[in-house]
Design a protein around this ligand. Sequence first.
Ligand code: CA
Ligand code: CA
Length: 573
Amino acid sequence: MKRKLLSILVMAATAHAGAQVTNAMIGADATTPNDVLSWGMGTQGQRYSPLSDINPKTISRLVPVWSMSFGGEKQRGQESQPLVHNGKMFVTASYSRIFALDAKTGAKLWKYEHRLPEGIMPCCDVVNRGAALYDNLVIFGTLDAQLVALDQTTGKVVWREKIDDYSAGYSYTAAPLIAEGLLITGLSGGEFGVVGRVEARDPKTGKMVWSRPVVEGHMGFLNGKENGITGTTNASWPGETWKTGGATPWLGGTYDAKTGLAYFGTGNPGPWNSHVRKGDNLYSASTVAIDVKTGKIVWSYQSTPNDAWDYDGVNEFITFDMDGKRMGAKADRNGFFYVNDATTGKLVNAFPFVKKVTWASSIDLKTGRPNFVAENRPGDPNAPGNDDAAKGKSVFSAPGFLGGKNQMPMAYSPTTGLFYVPTNEWGMDIWNEPITYKKGAAFLGAGFTIKPLFEDHIGSLRAIDPKTGKVAWEVKNEAPLWGGVMTTADLVFWGTPEGFLKAADAKTGKVVWQFQTGSGVVAPPITWKEGKDQYISVVSGWGGAVPLWGGEVAKKVNLLEQGGSVWTFKLTK
Ligand code: CA
Ligand code: CA
């Protein structure tokens, strides 16, 4: 009797400990396949699982277990990656909603709908990309630029903090990052002349620990005290231009405990018209590596200096081992794939990962700088000889501003040594116009039309060798790919706007399975194991930037239907 009681007590204590998400659990997330605690399935963002129950031999038995609708009249783009912990799934949805579900059955446990004010200004649909877990909390950001922490069990709000003023164009759509016991976030609003920054808070209370602007000239803070200006004022931004410099790290970041650095990609400099801000415009369109303990920039690498094409460099920087060294890889919106030393930032390799790149001919591996093609920069409306002061010379640029890759995260497999990159082939006509900053108004100074490059496809999932730049295999897709990728030892999973969740053999690219989810997939799949079963989940719901900004491409995809649901799969017997 006594022994039984003791064992019950031990079990209760263990269950309780399992309910609290600790820093150690988040640090180990990539190697614990029984849960998914972070965006990226591990803070390095590899989106790799060692699970192999579902493999090319068994996948014909992969069937849906449950589907749950987000409901409501408002649907739009669903770009969220679910989290799974303690038998519960936490998944965010459009219009700043979050749901807690029973991970095995899909039964709804609670939902929270954030009350959004009139006048929010998300540039690229009312999306959200996911939540973060810490202790007993689930934390996510909202379109009116707030962070909300809820109790995982009850869904009750524990704390709420304002990031910034939504009426100035600030918003939040990324999944927050937890690293070394800190809640680390960027922000959105780069099309409105806001100032990008990365911030670290106490995840239990929301209290600010440090903030680090990513535009030179702005002051950082640590524990309420000044912590040094970012860069050197006016070194790469003329006059007052740095005050409305954009560079928003809107996709969120990754973290590697080996380097102690959080990696955030930064967006376009403001405005799009590059002629009014001559200079490199640091640290826009860059990877910025921040010491999470001090809130200082340790290194930065700028992929598009003096960007003129809206080539936000926000894409995820995924760390991995190559030749015995810790590296990081990024497939940039500008069409080039970069490999940098994760500790020093030194450029190790760079090559195009799409077929047509017009703005630069190559990347100089010695200097790390692009070799610009000067005549392919949109012309200055005030250039001598330009007879129309309202419009500079129009040029055709590839990739188009929606990028060789956009928000959809790639995956890396340590088994195959390949990156699985969701790519798009498109270009744009782009021209510059005069522009002055006005709070809360679009700050572009540019006009544009996105155009496809090929008749049969825009999207292509490519397996890329980071050492050689060679494409091991590709699977083309008619519509632009906008969901992310997940890989296991044997398989690669990704979704399409046409509604399919697909799986291919990780080594050969042979498509071995697909399932129609009922709406377009623009979100990354996950996998985990509970009990004897390996599960796959993905969110379905067409939307995002393409239907809003896609020009001629948007017309091509206007047949696709909206939705909003989570699908979960496992093997039948
Ligand atoms: Ca895990
Ligand atoms: Ca942008």
